[in-house]
Design a protein around this ligand. Structure first.
Ligand SMILES: *[C@@H]1O[C@H](CO)[C@@H](O)[C@H](O)[C@H]1NC(C)=O
Ligand SMILES: *[C@@H]1O[C@H](CO)[C@@H](O)[C@H](O)[C@H]1NC(C)=O
Length: 183
């Protein structure tokens, strides 16, 4: 449980950081809601959001979202920020991000020949790390948290305890015999 909470905390920080620096690359985790930024310093009538050049994400026509011709993959997942349009903010919000949303997006305003490119990167909800070891060798299973935790549990397949780390000391009370004298 602690592990899951901490891992999603790290991913949330990643998401916030990438959006707020207004880089052309935006990172989100599977299941997240993400803002795809598009700031235009003039007031075009129509703005078109496309994925992979051709697939219609949404149109913003005279300040209103228009979902005519929208690709079914984005149905009910895209919102604009109507109150922000007058400030030239044509960003959209994409809900329930999935791995297949990853890729290049374009925000374009043909009337003023403007075309903004951005890349959405989608990470897994919990990062998996792969460690290779040779039989009879020692292996290090890495685990690092950004903040301190008084209790850390190491279950194998969610049930067999490898060890626990309580207040900075290793605790073998619940250890599965398969791991005795090996951790
Ligand atoms: C555009 O509006 C969204 C939603 O309010 C906001 O998150 C984003 O920071 C705004 N972008 C700019 C450049 O102000
Ligand atoms: C691992 O060590 C055991 C005990 O020393 C030995 O019997 C076995 O052959 C070793 N296995 C391999 C693959 O080296």
């Amino acid at each position: 449980m602690l592990l899951a909470a901490n891992v999603s905390g790290i991913l949330f920080l990643l998401l916030v950081r990438n959006v707020s620096v207004e880089s052309v690359s935006v990172t989100a985790a599977v299941g997240d809601t993400v803002v795809l930024p598009c700031q235009i310093n003039s007031n075009p009538e129509d703005v078109y959001w496309r994925y992979s050049d051709v697939r219609n994400v949404c149109n913003i026509i005279k300040g209103k979202a228009d979902f005519n011709g929208q690709d079914p993959a984005f149905k009910d997942r895209v919102n604009i920020f109507p109150l922000e349009i007058k400030n030239g903010n044509f960003s959209i919000r994409l809900d329930k991000v999935s791995k297949s949303d990853e890729g290049p997006y374009i925000c374009s305003a043909p009337s003023i020949s403007l075309r903004e490119n951005l890349e959405l990167k989608v990470t897994a909800t919990a990062e998996k790390v792969c460690v290779y070891a040779v039989i009879n060798d020692s292996a290090v299973l890495p685990c690092e948290f950004k903040q301190n935790s008084q209790m850390v549990f190491w279950p194998y397949r969610d049930r067999r305890t490898v060890c626990d780390v309580i207040n900075g000391a290793v605790d073998f009370d619940e250890q599965d015999p398969a791991y005795r004298d090996r951790v």
